[in-house]
Unconditional design. Structure first.
Length: 273
């Protein structure tokens, strides 16, 4: 693919490279209009609890972290569903255009968590969409997430990188912003996250096998997490990357995962919101 790209005229190279970056940035902007309600249920799971023991305390605020590009539209739909269930939910505003360093984004997330805890919450639940899940992992590792978070849910997050980021950098070196470079498979940032979720932190990683933005889709697989491709539970579901935060089945699973009961692997009953 890179050989074919190099044969293009310079102006055409710029258009192709820009298109790759644009697809990566806008993939999280689409929102499905209809989001049906889901009910909380309990299921068994067990892990060691952190020192502050937020895992057995009542659920606190929910913080949602956008993906590459920083668009909040799709996550705002999910936040609305969470609020309708009686929880506080805030979509974190990322600095600049949402294409800066994911390390900086993790600092912004930690500031939001600190505000929530100072407001009286015992813990928070964090939901990271796409690259926002990588941000959540950086935060959990570097900012004491096991002491602050009750649960973390990630949706289509490229923990092992995304080929579209590599293509953007390969097509036009220097045109790939900081976050794009960090999401190239094999980057130093991703290599530092290879150990997976911090021990004692309950984590659910969801993704769709129909994902054409984060490829391969199982880049969302995270050591130490409950790893669930949606189609392994609901084979008939066709969900794109951009639909993950708004799809009714995914919404139901997320609401259950952040509910009062123990976190668990989704079941086939969850396929009918």
């Amino acid at each position: 693919m890179i050989t074919r790209f190099n044969s293009l005229a310079p102006r055409r190279r710029i258009l192709v490279a820009g298109g790759a970056l644009l697809v990566f940035a806008v993939a999280g902007t689409a929102a499905v209009a209809a989001v049906s309600s889901g009910q909380h249920r309990s299921a068994a799971a067990g892990q060691n609890s952190p020192a502050r023991d937020p895992l057995r305390s009542r659920p606190g605020p929910v913080l949602l972290v956008p993906g590459y590009g920083g668009s909040t539209g799709a996550l705002s739909v999910l936040a609305g569903r969470i609020r309708a269930s009686g929880r506080q939910a805030t979509v974190v505003d990322l600095p600049g255009t949402g294409t800066g360093s994911l390390i900086q984004d993790a600092t912004v997330l930690d500031a939001a968590v600190t505000r929530a805890l100072r407001g009286g919450a015992q813990s928070v639940d964090v939901i990271g969409y796409s690259a926002g899940g990588v941000t959540a992992l950086l935060w959990a590792r570097d900012d004491g997430g096991t002491r602050k978070a009750r649960r973390v849910i990630t949706l289509g997050s490229p923990f092992h990188g995304a080929s579209i980021a590599a293509a953007a950098e390969g097509f036009l070196p220097g045109a790939c912003p900081a976050a794009c470079q960090q999401l190239i498979p094999g980057s130093s940032l991703l290599a530092g996250l290879a150990a997976g979720a911090p021990g004692g932190l309950r984590w659910l990683s969801l993704w769709t096998t129909n994902d054409q933005t984060v490829t391969p889709p199982d880049s969302a697989r995270l050591t130490g997490a409950i790893n669930v491709p949606i189609q392994s539970v609901c084979p008939g579901q066709r969900i794109s990357h951009s639909q993950l935060p708004t799809n009714p089945v995914v919404t139901k699973i997320v609401l259950q995962a952040i509910g009062a009961g123990p976190i668990a692997h989704p079941a086939s009953a969850d396929c009918h919101p």
